[in-house]
Design a protein around this ligand. Sequence first.
Ligand code: MSP
Length: 636
Amino acid sequence: MSTFYITTPIYYTNAEPHAGHAYTTIAADVLARYHRLKGDDVFFLTGVDEHGENIQKIADQKNISPQAYCDQIASTFTTLWERLNVSYDIFLRTTSELHKSGVRKLLNTLYKTGDIYKGKYEGYYCRPCERFFTEKEQGTNRICPIHNLPLEWVEEDNYFFALSKYQDPLIKHIHENPEFIQPESRRNEMLNVLESGLEDVSISRSSVSWGIPLPFDTEHISYVWIEALSNYVTALDYAQDGEKFRKFWPADVHLMAKDIARFHALIWPAMLMAVKLPVPKKVVAHGFLTKDGEALSKTLGIFIDMDTDIGTYGLDAFRYYLLREFSFGNDGDYRPSRLDARYNADLANDLGNLLNRTLGLVSKNFGGIPEPTTAGEFDAEIQQMAREMVEKVDALMDQLVFDMALETIWEFVRRINRYIQQTQVWALAKSEETKGRMGTILYNSMEALRVVAVLISPFMPNTANRIRQQLGLDESFNDQGLDTVAEWGGLPSGLVLGKPEPIFPRKDTKKSKRTSKGRPAQAEQPADDNLISFDQFQELDLRVAEVIAAEKVPNADRLLKLQVDLGSEKRQVVAGIAAHYAPEDLIGKQIILVANLQPAKIRGIESQGMLLAAEGGKELAVATFERRMPSGAQVR
Ligand code: MSP
């Protein structure tokens, strides 16, 4: 059995968790659940990073011990993870003995290698970041780019780790293992940092007391980052060379956002190389969730109101939205209006309706699941599509391309809806002759739903369960592994269906408008008929799309038929630009696509979106970008 060890960062206990933490943790949960489905032996770590000057300061202000303060915050994390259905195997706290003993062992081992030396640190320091800035990072004005605060000059006796020694081994490792740092943009960023030279890093503080003393000089406290990174092995009982450590190290995936990629992709692997331990297989740094394009900030009141959205749409829809809407490596702007749109289109309409319709027709015309007696048109195609879907989803999940994995599943869902339409299954009840075919089509639709339920279970565990129950399947079907899921005929005929209930009842949320910052609207501004509100603008889903094919539409002078790549899917768009562009001039161009426009038929050709262009006098120009952007990135 393969093992799979996945980690989130251990989050600071300086404040309660927010949607940014939830994003990483839900993504890790999806991967953990997916690998359990594959039959892997999974270990999923999350936890909290409790030491350091910041935490001590907050506890002092609150007049409680740092430990008591951390206990309070740690429990807000575990409560949230429970609410979000996060299936972690360990919640690591850095104040635990398991961690502290592991840190002591790792630091002692590091000390013995000779890669640690004592020196004086003088430099510019950001207290909230708890780190020194190298000369290159300081810029001319010496302001921390993250906290917007002036850097402080600090002098200390510190121990150092000879990071610079690992510059070449790291470069070599990154070149030899193209998958080590993902996505590609982050890999290049790390290579740039390496090319411009690594400086040694300090690993201790003498002015801080809330932390783990260095085992070889207890006057000094371990620098919080060095201690925190160690959690990935201490949690496996590295201290005792425990069974988990031997089984799960090296980690398969360290997941985080781009803010802390350097620590994970450079410092941590160098520490491991120094103590001769294998480095993690993949370091994956995703983009940031923003609100109205701005970084989440408690002090500025920029936050994502998870409570309201989960209350309105349900947890599974929230999880679905986070992983379907954003391409994982890019920043993504969270918009309740888009969650609403995805809920109604993908969940209520595509999936919910398919289940409803199928179960309704089965209950009305058959006692239980009908026998598939009469094969016919499209059946083989659908079975083949199911097999291909499982393979494709597997490859995409391996690359952590969640949005495309979900889109692949939804292509199948939409295909089955079309199958029902094409075969006009409801009309087959009229005669006994056609009833056999009707039963077969419904059987196939239910089979498709069974396969879909299994594939979506890592993303939407509750929904998968509800589909299973409504199909009348018992819990043993939850253990259906991925290797056999697409084997057609898994559903036992004759089974009595469970109680049908809409899994995603339609919402009319348009009336309960909120302000864009997620707060309830205060006094409404008087409406001006000529203006649209920001929320109305936000309803537009504008995306970067690359033109991959273009041709003239026969007998239509103005029209071009384009195929565009949206990252997670391809679309066909008909545009009235033929008088201004030759088809070949458009190939490779990145355009702005209105991606949530209702599809329309133009001269009998389906157009799934609209591109933006400016028209002035006789001129027309398609809107493009002044530099290349990832396909599918949001435009706002
Ligand atoms: N304690 C360190 C990590 C040590 S790991 C050895 C730390 N903690 S943190 O609380 O600041 O968490 C940072 C991480 O939280 C990010 O890397 C990311 O995983 C998650 N996110 C925080 N804000 C986020 C967004 N706005 N968007 C997406 N992820 C975000 O750094």
